[in-house]
Design a protein around this ligand. Structure first.
Ligand code: AMP
Ligand code: MG
Length: 353
């Protein structure tokens, strides 16, 4: 986060969504009332930790007398996310995902219930997005990661040689056993892990009777309840410039954004995103940023990545075909595309009544 934006964040206590292009007002049927705030009777307790290669910021609203209890609950929640990271990280050699990767082309590996759930959800979304989202793209994503570090492009030959190691059809889940059927295949949970972690953190807080919170998993948000009498404020910033575009009020939903603004390589004046089409081996290029709003953070995270790969027309069509999924796409030509359930009113995004 830039110094300027983090300053605004610190002063106002806004939650920043990475690079969303405009304001969101997502009230799940409530009408937004800004009364004299109730927050005098309550307080927002916060904690942060670097996890999954990003910063997790957790905020819980509680009546003042529950503040110490909330602080404990946040520590426990962060510990839970850290434990999940140790299970799903693809770079930690001791994780379950690394064990699955090492056994590629050989045998199945028994995994724990959360890893099973993550893999099952990923396979389901790969089918529904016809492979635009695919966690088995690890070898391909690594090729592009190296290219970004070296500021070069991989050759057609490099890409052709890793494509046979990509494909969710070769990822088998039977009971608690996960198997990558081809040698050298590699699972990468980069496009689903943060959202999945946010949902688990949300479930943990709700189970401990903290219904009012924002979990910000590096820009992927799970928002629940309210901050006293008010909805949570979400500030959004421009995908290309260091400025806030709008602030907005949200409650009870998940918001995730994917785009080429955070990790990319520029070669011969062309920007290549870190989001890769697993079918062609080449980066997504139609969308600068994709924001998805839905109930579960896991789905928002997956779909923000998948819609980036599909591009605006197919991406919006998919969002329109799914119940409870809305999307906002900022295209490389500067235009915007919205799913049917959204409209822009004076730079604020609203649900179509
Ligand atoms: P996100 O920021 O959620 O869009 O995730 C991007 C990260 O997910 C990349 O850095 C890759 O590690 C991985 N990734 C890139 N393209 C895809 C894809 N099409 N499907 C699944 N994971 C991807
Ligand atoms: Mg994602």
């Amino acid at each position: 986060m830039s110094a300027r934006l983090s300053e605004i964040h610190r002063v106002t206590g806004l939650v920043l969504v990475a690079a969303v292009l405009t304001g969101l007002a997502w009230m799940s049927g409530h009408s937004h009332e800004v009364r004299d705030t109730d927050t005098a009777a309550g307080t927002v307790v916060q904690n942060s930790r670097l996890l999954m290669g990003t910063q997790f910021n957790l905020s819980v609203w509680v009546p003042i007398e529950r503040a110490p209890e909330a602080a404990e609950a946040l520590l426990d929640t962060l510990d839970q996310i850290e434990a999940l990271e140790r299970q799903i990280s693809d770079w930690d050699p001791n994780s379950e995902i690394s064990a699955v990767n090492r056994a590629a082309g050989q045998q199945a590996v028994r995994v724990s219930p959360p890893v099973r759930e993550l893999v099952a959800t990923a396979i389901d979304w790969s089918r529904r997005t016809e492979g635009a989202f695919d966690i088995t793209g690890g070898a391909l994503f690594e090729l592009w990661r190296r290219a970004r570090q070296e500021k070069t492009l991989p050759s057609d030959q490099d890409i052709a040689s890793v494509l046979p190691q990509v494909g969710y059809q070769q990822l088998e889940l039977e009971g608690d056993n996960v198997k990558l059927k081809r040698a050298q295949m590699k699972i990468d949970v980069g496009a689903i892990g943060k959202g999945f972690a946010a949902d688990r953190a949300a479930a943990y807080l709700r189970a401990h009777e903290f219904p009012d919170f924002v979990i910000d998993a590096g820009g992927d948000l799970a928002v629940s309840g309210r901050r006293g009498n008010q909805a949570w404020d979400v500030a959004v910033r421009h995908p290309r410039r260091d400025e806030l575009l709008a602030t907005c009020a949200v409650t009870d939903c998940a918001v995730a954004t994917s785009g080429d603004y955070e990790q990319y390589v520029t070669v011969h004046g062309q920007r290549y995103s870190h989001i890769i089409d697993p079918r062609t081996g080449w980066p997504a290029s139609d969308a600068v940023s994709v924001t998805v709003i839905t109930s579960r953070a896991t789905d928002a995270d997956v779909l923000a990545t998948a819609l980036s790969v599909m591009g605006a027309d197919k991406g919006i069509a998919l969002a329109n075909s799914l119940p409870d999924v809305e999307a906002l796409i900022f295209k490389s030509d500067g235009s915007r595309a919205l799913s049917d359930g959204l409209r822009l009113v004076d730079n604020r995004l609203e649900k179509v009544p």
